[in-house]
Design a protein around this ligand. Structure first.
Ligand code: ZN
Length: 268
């Protein structure tokens, strides 16, 4: 089976459409979204609709939470974008569409277990808003230890917008150090971040996502795998999209800071 993992779309429809087209060309069985569907970007409504249509399930990100409830410890441009996004949802004239989007947003899952796999937006300890940074493996090994203690086998997170694999030494491997792929040992614990579709921050401006190839459905993982099953493997994928189109759409909205567009050019 193949599961595409997307995260941190942030209202960037151009990036999301490019990623979905790439996914469709790869014969993927299902798509999972790790949250932050909205916030920052110019097309929140369309992104919510596409995720609702295409994803098996989606997690609650801190920006989804901020639009639904209230932003907490956001900087000015992020807070302004959250209020702007909320207005787009509220001003939808079609009653049915407005209510459908609000209830989808309100129904996003905070934490989901499937066999040995844990899905969260941010971290197993604080699923909506704790960052797991690559530097933590050096500067905060105690934090990494307590996070790994909460994992049975694998945990998928977004939130930092930086793709890669954390192992429990602890260590961090960006996709470039892995040749873009990582094979899991059966008993190994790992935390995997697919990077961000709509606002990458690893200095590569292309949209980022990952494809997991697994022998058995995730729900039953941890039970005996089929005899001929190869090891599960994660592949990190980057996709070009029309960044300038998004920069222009952000520039046209006075309540969205131009910085939110400019940072897309550099992937920061
Ligand atoms: Zn995010």
């Amino acid at each position: 089976m193949r599961t595409a993992i997307i995260s941190d779309i942030h209202g960037n429809l151009d990036a999301l459409e490019a990623v979905l087209a790439e996914i469709d060309g790869r014969g993927v069985d299902q798509i999972v979204c790790l949250g932050d569907i909205i916030g920052y970007g110019p097309n929140p409504l369309e992104c919510l609709d596409r995720v609702a249509e295409r994803c098996q399930f989606a997690l609650m990100g801190n920006h989804d939470f901020a639009v639904l409830f209230e932003p907490t410890s956001f900087n000015t441009s992020a807070e302004q974008a959250a209020f702007w996004t909320r207005r787009q949802l509220e001003e939808e004239p079609d009653d049915e569409a407005r209510q459908r989007r609000w209830s989808y947003l309100g129904g996003l899952v905070v934490r989901k277990w499937q066999g040995g796999t844990l899905w969260v937006h941010a971290s197993p300890r604080r699923p909506i808003n704790e960052y797991i940074f690559p530097d933590d493996v050096v500067s905060a090994p105690g934090k990494m230890q307590t996070i790994f203690d909460r994992i049975r086998q694998r945990c998928y997170v977004g939130h930092t917008h930086v793709p890669g694999v954390f192992t429990d030494e602890p260590d961090f491997y960006p996709p470039a150090d892995l040749g873009g792929r990582y094979k899991f040992d059966p008993g190994e614990k790992a935390i995997i971040n697919p990077g961000s579709v709509g606002q990458p921050r690893d200095r590569d401006p292309r949209a980022s996502f990952a494809v997991l190839t697994h022998a058995e459905p995730l729900e039953t993982q941890g039970e005996a795998p089929p005899e001929d099953a190869g090891p599960d493997e994660i592949e990190f994928v980057r996709v070009d999209y029309d960044i300038e189109s998004v920069v222009r759409k952000i520039a046209a909205q006075p309540d969205l800071s131009n910085f939110l567009g400019e940072r897309l050019r550099d992937g920061r």
